[in-house]
Design a binder for this molecule. Structure first.
Ligand code: GLU
Length: 316
């Protein structure tokens, strides 16, 4: 079992000192970002929250700031829905969704027509909507089964959806409605679009804190194996491929910049959360609600850039 706040050291690197130093530096910077406002409920969160939590495979853990406060993980949940669907469908999943960065906005409709309704990747909204459709077709009780999957990975029964956030997004999610209907018209949605969207809005509304998020993603640092009970959540090859997709498509239209500056696979969400994974080492979660112009947490990006620079460890 993981014991929080144990000294966090990899030979030659003191993560704990680096986190503390970088946190202070980034926290004192001026933050030009703005919280997401297109989902009204996300704007009600205190925009000055800033939390970081690192969990290593050798049972080290360390957190600073608002790392125990739950937030809406939004698109970060797309990695979890992909993991579940990939485990069910195997490589057939790539008949329904691609593996290329889109180079367009996360909620863009423009490529779908030319691509015959096959979204460029599973992390843009259109791709995650198709993954939601796959899960609806393959799970008996999609909402309950997906939550059980997430809870089982982290051994954390407290993780839950936020009905308030889901309802807030549902009330204004017209672009997602358009995306789902458009893909349906192109033949790549099998279920009733209203049901697909309900499930999609629910999974985006998952809430957890940085500690829980970093623990949840450890399986992707561990070749797909659950660190708690040693069960395989995805295969080693699938874990590699999910990490590759996070590396190339995890940060909207700023994925290249994240690879360039941070050098880790990761995924962000419009709630201001970022998860990053160092395979065979750790998972680190950062949360700060103010987003830069590309839709990624301003402080989260700055923190991770400084963190991997100072630790001199990345996948490259
Ligand atoms: N639920 C959000 C949407 O569909 C997720 C966006 C995100 O975090 O990237 O717009």
């Amino acid at each position: 079992m993981y014991k929080p706040n144990q000294p966090v050291k990899t030979p030659g690197v003191n993560y704990q000192d680096i986190i503390q130093e970088v946190y202070q530096k980034v926290n004192s910077m001026e933050d030009p970002g703005q919280p997401a406002s297109y989902i009204p409920e996300l704007e009600t969160v205190d925009a000055d929250n800033f939390g970081v939590y690192l969990t290593t495979l050798d049972q080290g853990a360390f957190g600073v700031g608002n790392c125990y406060e739950a937030f809406s993980i939004q698109s970060i949940a797309k990695v979890l829905s992909l993991s579940l669907a990939y485990g069910i469908l195997g490589e057939h999943i790539w008949n329904r969704v691609g593996v290329e960065p889109s180079g367009t906005a996360f909620n863009s409709l423009i490529q779908l027509d030319a691509d015959n309704g096959i979204p460029r990747n599973p992390f843009i909204n259109s791709g995650a909507i198709v993954i939601s459709d796959i899960l609806l077709s393959n799970l008996e009780n999609p909402k309950e089964d997906f939550l059980a999957f997430v809870r089982s990975i982290s051994k954390n029964p407290a993780i839950n959806y936020s009905p308030t956030i889901a309802a807030s997004e549902k009330a204004v999610g017209f672009r997602n409605v358009a995306l789902c209907n458009f893909i349906k018209s192109l033949g790549n949605i099998n279920n009733d679009p209203a049901e697909v969207l309900d499930f999609y809005f629910d999974l985006c509304s998952l809430e957890m804190n940085c500690k829980e998020l970093s623990e949840l993603f450890l399986f992707l640092a561990n070749n797909g194996v659950n660190v708690f009970d040693k069960s395989a959540i995805v295969t080693k090859s699938q874990s590699k491929r999910i990490n590759a997709l996070m590396q190339t498509c995890g940060f909207y239209d700023e994925s290249g910049e994240f690879a360039f500056k941070v050098g880790l696979p990761g995924k962000s969400g419009v709630g201001g959360g970022i998860i990053a994974v160092h395979p065979n080492q750790y998972a680190i979660a950062v949360w700060s609600p103010k987003l830069n112009t590309k839709g990624n947490s301003y402080k989260g990006m700055r923190f991770l850039e400084e963190f991997t620079t100072k630790s001199q460890l990345s996948i490259f």
